[in-house]
Design a protein around this ligand. Structure first.
Ligand code: ADP
Ligand code: MG
Length: 681
């Protein structure tokens, strides 16, 4: 975004508030307006207490039954009330440090209470609920309140108020990037209006319209940029011809398992590409568990044998380290003495510098790491192959960064996220495709069940039984911190509770994205060696983690995930020859959600799942349930907005065909390479 209106130009924003916004990387009014809500808080009609008790979040209308009680302990105190809904339902409400509520909540008065709900034995307890008069709730009912990403010192209401102020003072600050003719033909809503409505929709219809307008624009810019990049990297002559080596076959034949037909075919296609006349650009699309890693290793091995360097890039440090270790294990088992190297962002300066030196000198032949692999300081010796695991977008960007440094390596992109073929064509039209549509033969299909929260105890018992048989389990919860709006279970709390339920001999640990890299590594390490039996985690484990001994995947608040993500999560089990299980906990008590989740029972085919998911959900249900983050745009979603992606692609072709090079130059002038590459990473 161009434009430089300082935040302090807004009424009510002084230096201090501006400094707080800096924590969200927002320094200008333009950036503020372009910071879309993370999700929306939808005020649904109140339900009966009985119905609410089956949920983890909700609103109920109830009468205060008796004088509220305030208990103090130390410097803290807790206020508790009891309400009834006149239909026989009773609920306990609790608040921390709000003793003054006793003056508001008088026996006999009716309010709407809204908040997190837990079962304490048989009693439903709502914690820290918001309180509304019936009139006030009625006004909110049906509305979508924006929920923003926050940082310390900034409340949601502050962002929302500041946003309103921004639109009041600068209604036309941000302009569309779409060429005029395209705008006229393809969109009906002015950009400024869409922007306003995405922050302040008055109803669902407005929200959807705004979302579609902005998603179209986002896709258009993205595809346009891809098209520009593509024309600059068409077929290049292969300067690193890597011919077949017998050692590769030897390694293949001495693996503890036989490659599947799909693995063999894919490897053949890669070998042909490496040896062929042009630089290879290939994507491997293989469902979770289809065994992409070993194919990558074999390609890296052949590259190294030819005296070249090969790198493999992973989206997370945990995954990079896992690959590094399994490659080293493979090499040492097979007595292969090629030098491997790990390079990640969290390594100490000195370690990094030493790694750079070994890479530049050509001592290391195979280098595994994260984004750190393409940073400025890294100089390669004879780079011939770049493999990216689970990072679609990286293909285009990283090739460009590398080619700017003078390298022209073969590129292999590995992905488990199912993308419809038409979309793949738009996004990666320049990549050839290998499809690995076969799982190793020894796999038993994963057994699935969708349950409600009352099933938890049984699930824990089940986990305990599996652990006693020597296996391990994952429990996935949607987010790290408990917040007043989200009803996601909190991994830290959850692990604590689970420790109380399971015998002391079962080691339960938790893992989440905000932990330090070393800490995450140590935990994954311990889990993969079965020193930890139950890992409570956020979705950081979604991508790539491979611990074949784990047989149970229990997913809390499964209704909050897109099915494609759930499918990925489920793919963390069923990786060995033992029977594996996936327990999906539907915490919403909602039947639609139940139906949607049951799609996962019907198939293990990721693409089928993603497309069924779309059919079943109306657009209104899509907000807040985003699909896998791997292909996430800022606002568009390649699954739910697939039609827009197609439309934007047509619009780009039309624009390229009908505009003059001067016009195109002017248009792309508005799009800095940085800004678009920024969207892609
Ligand atoms: P993904 O395609 O999801 O990345 P991985 O490469 O992590 O899958 O492989 C999953 C597991 O299957 C690993 O433990 C791997 O060692 C094993 N594996 C790979 N290929 C085969 C095969 N042909 N037969 C049996 N097991 C295999
Ligand atoms: Mg993988």
């Amino acid at each position: 975004m161009s434009g430089q209106t300082p935040l302090t130009a807004l009424k009510g924003v002084g230096e201090k508030r501006a400094a707080n916004f800096l924590k969200l990387s927002i320094t200008t009014v333009e950036e503020l307006m372009a910071c879309y809500p993370r999700t929306y808080d939808h005020f649904l009609p109140p339900v009966s207490i009985e119905e609410a008790s089956a949920c983890t979040f909700g609103a109920v209308c109830g009468t205060v039954m008796k004088q509220v009680a305030v208990r103090s302990f130390g410097t803290k105190n807790m206020t508790a009330a009891e309400i009834g809904d006149g239909q026989g339902g009773k609920m306990r409400l609790t608040w921390f440090n709000m003793p003054y509520l006793r003056n508001t909540l008088k026996p006999g008065m009716r309010f709407v209470f809204r908040g997190r709900i837990r079962l304490q034995g048989k009693t439903a307890v709502m914690e820290q609920p918001q309180i509304f008069t019936l009139g006030a709730y009625e006004e909110k009912q049906g509305t979508f309140q924006p929920v923003y990403s926050l940082a310390a010192g900034i409340k949601n209401s502050t962002v929302s108020r500041t946003m309103a102020q921004a639109f009041e003072q600068f209604p036309d600050l941000l302009l569309t990037m779409l060429p005029q003719e395209i705008q006229k033909k393809y969109t009906s809503m002015p950009y400024g209006q869409a922007l306003y409505q995405i922050h302040f929709p008055s109803d669902e219809r407005e929200l959807i319209a705004a979302h579609r307008r902005l998603a179209f624009e986002e896709f258009f810019r993205f595809i346009y940029q891809i098209r520009l990049l593509r024309s600059s990297v068409s077929q290049e002559e292969n300067q690193c011809r890597i011919s077949r080596r017998a050692e590769t076959e030897d390694l293949m034949n001495s693996l503890p398992f036989r490659l599947t037909g799909a693995q063999k075919r894919t490897l053949e296609e890669i070998r042909e590409g490496l040896a062929g006349p042009y630089v290879m650009s290939r994507m491997i699309q293989g469902d979770v568990g289809s065994g992409k890693t070993i194919v990558a290793f074999l390609a890296l091995y052949e590259t190294a044998l030819a005296g070249y360097q090969g790198v493999m890039m992973a989206p997370t440090e945990v995954l990079a380290r896992q690959h590094y270790q399994s490659l080293n294990r493979l090499f040492s088992e097979q007595g292969i003495s090629l030098q491997t190297e790990l390079l990640t962002g969290s390594m100490k300066k000195k370690e990094k510098r030493e790694a750079y030196e070994r890479i530049a000198a050509g001592i290391s032949s195979i280098i595994i790491g994260t984004h750190a692999l393409i940073q400025e300081a890294v100089q390669y010796f004879r780079l011939a192959l770049v493999i990216t695991d689970e990072q679609h977008r990286f293909g285009v960007k990283q090739r460009r960064v590398l080619s700017e440094k003078g390298y022209l390596p073969h590129v292999l992109v590995m992905s488990a996220t199912p993308i419809p073929r038409t979309l793949a064509m738009i996004l990666y039209g320049d990549l050839e495709l290998s499809v690995m549509d076969e799982l190793p033969a020894d796999r038993l299909p994963i057994k699935n069940c969708v349950v409600n929260i009352r099933y938890r105890e049984k699930a824990y018992q089940f986990i305990q039984n599996e652990v006693e048989k020597g296996h391990q389990a994952y429990v996935v919860c949607p987010m790290v911190e408990a917040s007043e709006l989200m009803d996601g279970e909190n991994v830290v709390d959850y692990a604590r509770q689970l420790r109380q339920v399971l015998p002391a001999s079962v080691r339960v640990e938790y893992l989440h994205g905000k932990m330090k890299e070393e800490q995450k590594d140590a935990l994954m390490q311990a889990f993969s060696q079965n020193e930890i039996q139950v890992l409570v985690s956020t979705t950081v484990i979604e991508v790539g983690i491979d611990v074949p001994n784990a047989t149970v995947m229990m997913i809390e608040n499964a209704e909050r995930f897109g099915l494609a993500s759930l499918h990925q999560l489920r793919g963390r089990v069923g990786r060995g020859n033992a029977q594996s299980y996936c327990i999906l906990v539907n915490c919403s008590g909602n039947e639609e959600a139940q139906k949607r989740l049951e799609i996962l029972n019907q198939s293990n085919d990721g693409f089928f799942i993603a497309s069924e998911d779309l059919k079943l959900r109306g657009p209104g249900e899509l907000f807040g349930v985003r699909q896998s983050g791997l292909l996430s745009f800022r606002i568009g979603d390649v699954y739910q907005d697939a039609d827009l992606l197609q439309l934007a692609s047509e619009a780009v072709e039309e624009y390229l065909a009908t505009s003059s090079p001067e016009e195109q130059g002017e248009f792309s002038g508005g799009l800095t390479g940085e800004s678009v590459l920024g969207i892609m990473s």
